[in-house]
Write a protein of this length. Structure first.
Length: 372
């Protein structure tokens, strides 16, 4: 049953997220030819400058869908074999038996068994640049640090493996996508950014999407406030940050309108071929960065409600910012939501995030946006 756009319900759901504690958020929801855009709250808590729905935003791991699509475009051109060992392409980065056992496909769907080099809520998953002491001081110390992707990959490759190559469940790991970035560079002879721009961003006709050229977000944008699980109170502005800690696998800057356009075109078979799209939607079980089992394809994951339609897309977080973009399988209903606060949950004695009203308010917003 079709649920038309209800602007009043979306406005109310957005306002409830703000009341729950997010300084500002903005979104675009599409239903066929109808488009709703909304923005609530402030882009700068000091000045009260409001957020607007056309702001540019760091979209974090949503970049992974763009990276995966670029790899599949190279596969369609015959330059990459998805089931070839990564050691064929990058023997110096994943040497020996692991390089022979881990395939390109395993990198894209996070079943390589390679460990994560990045931080997480859980002490057992070691973290960020300051591996022993991730926290507010580490974030401040590395605002302008320029990281070498090869060194970050080495952290993930030399860490104890999360599991055997191809094992289930896989582990969501940024190590995988940094390797895909260097794979794109190896087979195209250009930077990964140039490849993704040419094969994906320009192909989709995105006017406000691109990679940062420095630590600043260019164009109209919100400040980004990081709470680091309640340890930074009040939350601190990390909107100026060198994104080399994730590189071109998670550093994209976009708008909610561009994200909806991209996912709509991708799921319509206009970015990669229909056969490649079918492979992107073939899922495996993966443990997310939050420690939860999810279904994950090739740079895409589904959101399903019992008795409801399946939506495909991706989420992403950076220091202080979060984004979720989901498109219904038939492409007609879409949502993209951006928030300017992250890691608002406090931690319990075991290091697990505790429930927060923001979580429930966002879940309600997503439900209204996707299902009416």
């Amino acid at each position: 049953m079709e649920n038309p756009l209800d602007g009043a319900a979306l406005d109310a759901a957005m306002e409830n997220v703000r009341r729950a504690g997010v300084p500002g958020l903005f979104a675009e929801v599409r239903d066929g030819d109808r488009v709703w855009r909304g923005a609530v709250g402030v882009a700068d808590v000091a000045t009260g400058r409001p957020v607007t729905a056309d702001m540019r935003h760091r979209v974090g791991s949503i970049t992974k869908t763009f990276t995966a699509a670029a790899v599949l475009r190279q596969a369609e051109a015959g330059r990459i074999e998805l089931d070839a060992p990564v050691g064929r392409y990058l023997p110096e980065l994943v040497p020996g038996e692991r390089g022979a056992a881990i395939t390109v496909r395993m990198l894209i769907n996070h079943t390589s068994g390679l460990a994560e080099y990045l931080p997480c809520a859980y002490p057992s998953l070691k973290a960020f640049p300051d591996l022993a002491n991730t926290g507010p001081q580490s974030l401040d110390d590395h605002r302008l640090t320029r990281f070498d992707p090869v060194e970050l990959i080495e952290m993930g490759v030399t860490a104890p493996p999360a599991g055997p190559p191809g094992g289930a469940p896989g582990l969501y790991s940024n190590t995988n996508y940094l390797l895909l970035v260097l794979l794109l560079e190896r087979v195209t002879g250009t930077t990964a950014e140039q490849c993704i721009i040419r094969d994906v961003i320009e192909r989709a006709g995105l006017q406000h999407t691109g990679f940062p050229t420095g630590p600043n977000v260019e164009g109209p944008h919100s400040r980004l406030y990081e709470a680091w699980f309640g340890m930074i109170d009040p939350p601190r502005d990390y909107s100026v940050y060198d994104m080399s800690w994730v590189g071109p696998s998670a550093s994209l800057i976009s708008t909610v309108a561009d994200l909806n356009r991209f996912y709509g075109m991708l799921l319509a078979g206009k970015i990669v071929s229909p056969s490649s799209l079918a492979q992107m939607r073939r899922t495996v079980r993966v443990v997310s960065q939050e420690g939860k089992p999810i279904d994950y394809g090739l740079g895409l994951h589904p959101m399903e409600d019992p008795g409801q339609d399946t939506f495909w897309g991706h989420g992403g977080t950076v220091w202080g910012g979060g984004t979720l973009a989901m498109t219904r399988a038939d492409g007609k209903r879409q949502m993209a939501v951006a928030v300017n606060l992250q890691r608002w949950n406090g931690l319990d004695s075991s290091g697990r995030p505790q429930p927060h009203p923001i979580d429930d308010a966002l879940a309600t917003l997503y439900r209204v946006a996707m299902h009416g």
